[in-house]
Design a protein around this ligand. Sequence first.
Ligand code: TA6
Length: 313
Amino acid sequence: MTDNADILTITHSASGASFAVHKFGATVISYKSKDGRENLFLSSSAKLDGSKAIRGGIPLVFPIFGPPTDAGSTMPQHGFARQNMWTVKDGSKHDSDEHAGISLSLNLADASAGRGDGNMWSVDNVKKDGTDCRLTLDIKVDGTSLTTILIVENTGSDAFNFNCLQHTYFAVDGSAAQDPTKCFVHGLGGYSCIDKIDSANDGKVASYDEDIDLTPGEVDRVYVHEEKHSALGVKIGVGEGKAIKMESMGEVDESPVPVSCVVWNPHIKKAKGMGDFTDEQYKDMICVEPGLLGHQPLLNPGKEARFTQIIFA
Ligand code: TA6
């Protein structure tokens, strides 16, 4: 069980901007820009007691995105990172004129939940005994942005592959998520789309002329990078006359890797089926989720991957 002591609020005194992070999953559950707006959506029914992944904010997805693909794996959907208590890195909490922030970390050895069957995960279906890793989330806020950097260190003796994603829930003002003039994603033109709901759209390349919106109802799409799109940069409409920019970049062993982008809204039916989400809240949010979901290189022993999301609000 967790309690309010597990929710840390960090304020950038120079600007008044702030964030709150729950040690459970190192889940950022609030980002208030200097104008006082809450930019992240947190379900009013979200579990904050450690009983399940937090429904809202920025849940961290690692080492798998989606359900496990290894036959017989018992790892939960989206992996174990968001299902365990992280630890604050000593001395990391700071508040300077430039920015305020804190860092949290999770060693695989301390991940008690969601590790899957026995080992951390297999690599190409081969169980690896020498697999080990440390996750660190560096979070900082200033007068214009919130930055979250997920660092994956291979602390074991075996290389491993992984997916990771920041499952960001953006708050939409005025329950306007389904209004295409107020809620949209601009900047995914040229990305190819894996559409989990509409087979007619599956495999199509997104137009440069049309923004993505939530008028189709339930939207669950992965926009896959093209080689030329190594970093992600999108503008997200989040209500009447309000738009947020989000940028994301990744590197594995210091080499840039392409960033994909998931767009998700559960709409009516799926909303009713989620116990930690009220029936109407699909109108108040849009998930726009940067992820390293491609076949990036294996992470070799002693090397690290860095995956950054910057929200400008
Ligand atoms: O956001 C993409 C997605 O994979 C959707 O398919 C939906 O399952 C969503 O994540 C939420 O997943 P969760 O495990 O947090 O309920």
